[in-house]
Design a protein around this ligand. Sequence first.
Ligand SMILES: [Zn+2]
Length: 95
Amino acid sequence: MPKKIPMRTCIGCGENKSKKELVRIVRTPEGELHLDRTGRANGRGAYLCRKEACLEQAKKRHALGRAFREEIPSGAYHVLEQEMHGLLHSGTEGT
Ligand SMILES: [Zn+2]
């Protein structure tokens, strides 16, 4: 039997993908949103492709607000955009 790969839905494009293709967004107890590079941060999470386009779509669709059931300030998206940029262009991420 093939090994079951955990799948998650990207809140931007809505596609099901394996967890390693996605990045987790975590809401801290302080109410800030960050990309969870370790995948182990505590708190409520949502998943997004490792693509700036999907973050953009999530923003347009207010998908984060739905995922976290609260209003997301536009500043929070700005932080995520910067972190996504860092993630995609750092080249030092994991294996
Ligand atoms: Zn996506």
